[in-house]
Design a protein. Structure first.
Length: 99
């Protein structure tokens, strides 16, 4: 038997098949209304976890490309995010965006 491949369309279809909405899942999890919708397009930990919990599937199964075998702490995510942002900043700018 082949492993099911999840893309954003399949995830959204499964949510609707089960009689739920992305907005309802977000509200039920106490998240911003758009959190689950955003999670379908890009990384949003809260939205990803809420969708996964609603479907009873691990986030790493739904989005294997976003999760590798090593867990990342919130501090590491912050460092990784600020490093990516600073690499894209114009030359001479600091992390606060000021020259």
């Amino acid at each position: 038997m082949r492993k099911r491949r999840w893309d954003r369309h399949a995830i959204k279809a499964e949510v609707h098949r089960r009689g739920m909405t992305l907005l309802g899942i977000a509200r039920g999890a106490g998240l911003e209304p758009s959190a689950c919708k955003v999670a379908l397009r890009r990384r949003n930990y809260g939205g990803e976890r809420a969708i996964a919990a609603a479907l009873g599937i691990e986030p790493s199964v739904l989005w294997p490309e976003r999760y590798d075998a090593r867990p990342v702490s919130p501090q590491q995510r912050t460092r990784l995010g600020s490093a990516a942002t600073s690499q894209n900043a114009p030359v001479g700018w600091t992390s606060r965006g000021l020259p």
